[in-house]
Write a protein that binds this ligand. Structure first.
Ligand SMILES: O=P(O)(O)OC[C@@H](O)[C@@H](O)c1c[nH]c2ccccc12
Length: 601
């Protein structure tokens, strides 16, 4: 007799044929396009605070391996429990014969999720159609009934082409699927197809055997594939696989029995890993208090380790050539979205009071919300663009978080002289992804290591006021060369600061400080860009180095090439007026930065 996966999928093919006879593809597609809007899975995952496990809670009345589990539960009430417990995703089994589900269940779950959001003002959990997708028709049906995402099972689809085709259908409707794998071979297929959210099924759907180590093995393989420097002779296909592996996030599916189980999984995957969430069915269907159980699962995530996930994620391979742009001093949501469209990797907001471009936490929260709502509509995205990615420091960049967020720029909060607890609360209130420290903060303060977001530390390079005018004039071409002795002193001082910050910072930015001025930054004056390259060399490339100070669309490319900086930071150089950016200048800046060749030929 055929295995259970084959029997179910064969039956699903018959079911689809029957549904198709009643409603054509065109009719269902039209219904899908007219359906209530969906939320994007990758965006939601990126928006969950990193000290929290992302929980997908499943509604499953029965299963072929367990028989009846909880046939009397009312779906609306159960979804409400899951949502109140803080589930990010509600998974709904819609297969009728073995799992006793239906598309009506899906619609009911969406309705309950909408009601929850309307009544509480909290974000709506996403709704997943959990089924055996054998045909694009089922993806359309899912969207038409209000689903935000679907499951694609590699064990059945088998080839990257088939997975890719269904991913494209889903993405064309705004949905980012979960792609289920149960072996390392299936993982490869999923990555080749361009999957972003991987569900590891610890249960083999053909034999029902549960292999508790499968999640750890998949995570290990992803780290192996994405790790290390890209070989110069790597083929495009290898590059793409590496990029996809670096960008993927992992959920553990099946057989999860509670918070202590999550902690074990966490241990077996290592502190720093792409494991980001779990999908739990039977355990929650049988739980007396599903709401409390979801909340307990969310918290089963050691805080310290979670913080390092965020920074490690950002330090993984990048798939983009050139230098990344940071558009700083953004004061409006419009300017943030324009920067995102222009391809900026970072959007900075000044979260310390008393500067001409300061914004309050509330203003900043509106700006970060607009960035989260922004999404790249092209499914090609950054992973398709893998080109020249030699073993430069820029390779250790922010690709994973960006890809998980579907290529939106990261929001950076800029602070000056504020302590870790103030930075932490402002960063949380503003919803920023990264904290940039501009003052003379104390690197030995233990609070920095506890921060939930990665730190970028600014190091000031002192420039003599005597040469200020000359440098300002030269800023459109190239920064004036520092005298030998001054350069040496600057590198020595920067190196000492870099060493002190290395344990807690994820990257450094060198910025100009006019000697005698109260603060560095914002001077519009450049320092000798070669110092950044000298610092990178002297520090053995421990932290990626970016540059700021006097950059403009016309000098940024030369600046990036002279400095080798992975990141180029601009504020005044792309402004239309104080607190407003000029969209054309922003676009030009990003393009020029991307053109830079960071490694000397
Ligand atoms: O109930 P569990 O053991 O927590 O498992 C949930 C989920 O992973 C499982 O239902 C599942 C995983 N992949 C599937 C594919 C189809 C149907 C069901 C599934």
């Amino acid at each position: 007799m055929a295995d259970i996966l084959t029997r179910i999928c064969k039956q699903r093919e018959l079911d689809v044929a029957e549904a198709r006879a009643a409603a054509s593809d065109e009719a269902v597609l039209a219904a899908a396009r007219a359906a209530a809007p969906c939320l994007n899975l990758a965006d939601r995952i990126a928006a969950v605070p990193c000290e929290e496990l992302v929980v997908a809670a499943e509604f499953k009345r029965a299963s072929p391996s367990k028989g009846d589990i909880a046939c009397d539960l009312e779906i609306g009430a159960q979804v409400r429990e899951y949502a109140e417990g803080g589930a990010s995703v509600i998974s709904v089994l819609t297969e009728p014969t073995w799992f006793k589900g239906s598309l009506e269940d899906l619609a009911a779950a969406r309705e309950a999720a909408d009601l929850f959001a309307a009544e509480t003002g909290k974000p709506r959990p996403l709704v997943l159609r959990k089924d055996f997708v054998v045909d694009r028709y089922q993806v359309l049906e899912a969207r038409a009934r209000g689903a935000d995402t679907v499951l694609l099972i590699v064990a059945w689809l088998e080839t990257a082409d088939r997975v890719r085709a269904l991913l494209e259908v889903a993405r064309s409707l705004g949905m980012e699927p979960f792609v289920e794998v149960a072996s390392l071979a299936e993982l490869r297929v999923a990555l080749e197809a361009g999957s972003r959210v991987i569900g590891v099924n610890n249960r083999d759907l053909r034999t029902f055997k549960v292999d508790p180590d499968m999640t750890g093995r998949v995570v290990g393989e992803l780290q192996r594939l994405s790790g290390g420097a890209a070989a110069a002779e790597a083929t495009d296909a290898e590059d793409r696989l590496r990029g996809a592996a670096a960008a993927a996030v992992v959920f553990a599916f099946s057989g999860i029995k509670g918070p202590s189980h999550v902690r074990e999984l966490r241990q077996s995957c290592g502190e720093v890993s792409p494991l980001r969430g779990v999908l739990v069915g039977e355990h929650l269907m049988r739980a007396g208090d599903a709401r409390a159980e979801v909340a307990a699962l969310r918290g089963a995530w050691p805080h310290k380790a979670a913080a390092s996930v965020a920074s490690a994620a950002e330090l993984l391979a990048s798939s983009e050539p050139g230098a990344r742009s940071k558009i700083c001093g953004v004061c409006t949501a419009d300017d943030a979205v324009a920067a995102a469209r222009a391809g900026a990797s970072f959007v900075g907001m000044i979260l310390c009071p008393g500067t001409p471009r300061s914004v309050g936490a509330e203003e900043a929260a509106a700006i970060t919300a607009s960035l989260r709502a922004f999404r790249e509509t092209e499914s090609s995205s950054l992973l398709g663009q893998a080109r020249d990615r030699k073993a430069h420091m820029a390779a250790r960049s922010f690709a994973l978080v960006r890809a998980a967020a579907r290529a939106r720029p990261l929001a950076v909060g800029v602070f000056r002289g504020q302590g870790p607890s103030e930075v932490a609360s402002l960063a949380a209130a503003a919803g920023v992804d990264v904290a940039q420290l501009h003052g003379s903060e104390d690197p030995s303060d233990a609070g920095w290591a506890e921060l939930a977001v990665p730190i970028v530390k600014v190091i000031h390079v002192e420039v003599s006021p005597a040469t200020e005018a000359a440098q300002a004039a030269a800023a459109t071409r190239a920064a004036a060369a520092a005298p030998e002795a001054e350069a040496e002193a600057a590198v020595t001082s920067a190196l000492a600061q870099a060493r002190a910050w290395a344990p807690v910072a994820s990257a450094l930015i060198l910025d100009t400080k006019i000697k005698g001025a109260a603060h560095g930054g914002g001077s519009g004056v450049s320092f000798d860009w070669r110092l950044a390259r000298l610092l990178t060399e002297a520090s053995g490339g421990e932290l990626p180095v970016g540059i700021a100070g006097g950059l403009t669309p016309s000098n940024v490319r030369a600046a990036a090439e002279a400095s080798g900086a992975f990141l180029v930071d601009v504020s005044g150089g792309v402004e239309a007026s104080l607190r407003r950016k000029d969209g054309a200048l922003v676009a030009e800046f990003c393009v020029e930065a991307g053109r830079a060749r960071l490694q000397p030929e």
